[in-house]
Design a binder for this molecule. Structure first.
Ligand code: MG
Length: 170
């Protein structure tokens, strides 16, 4: 049996939760419709699920990395409570025009760079074949293309229906 699984790389803001403009407070998070059913569907299809999210809000000083970690921990718990599994979270706090010098950087991990995706593929038993990305921006799709995997532009609304259509096409 092939121990390597394909992975669904999911953008966070605008795909899993509503992009309300640098969302970072748990009490303000709004999940997108169909999200938990979509995650369960991906789990059942044997895909790993890794979140890849640019968090320039850290670079801009809107919130810190601890807030990002808290939010992701909470999201993983909510998924678990709904019978779904989020396998991993990667975020990129860097931005070339960051307020803070330590975050002021052109990072290959920042989408449209493929760094976060490549890191997951390099360090975990995931295979590129059969993997794909879902994002809500062109830069997400560019990151997918740079990693050599299909990218799907989520128009909003029902994530489960969107995922079902993607899986049907694989
Ligand atoms: Mg997004």
């Amino acid at each position: 049996m092939d121990p390597m699984r394909p992975c669904a790389f999911l953008d966070r803001d605008g795909v899993l939760i509503e992009d309300t403009g640098y969302p970072h407070r748990i009490e303000e998070v709004r999940w997108v419709p169909g999200v938990m059913a979509a995650l369960r569907r991906l789990n059942a299809a044997g895909l790993a699920i890794c979140v890849v999210t640019n968090q320039a809000g850290v670079a801009r000083g809107y919130y810190d990395e601890a807030a990002v970690g808290r939010l992701h921990h909470w999201m993983a718990g909510e998924a678990r409570a709904a019978g779904a599994r989020l396998d991993g979270f990667a975020y990129c706090p860097f931005h070339p025009e960051a307020e803070e010098a330590r975050y002021r950087r052109q990072s290959p991990r920042r989408k449209p760079g493929a760094g976060m995706i490549e890191d997951w593929l390099a360090h975990f038993p995931l295979r590129r074949a059969g993997s794909f990305l879902i994002g809500d921006r062109e830069t997400d799709l560019e990151a997918a293309a740079a990693a050599g995997i299909p990218g799907h532009l989520f128009p909003g609304d029902d994530l489960d229906g969107f995922v079902a259509a993607i899986l049907k096409g694989i």
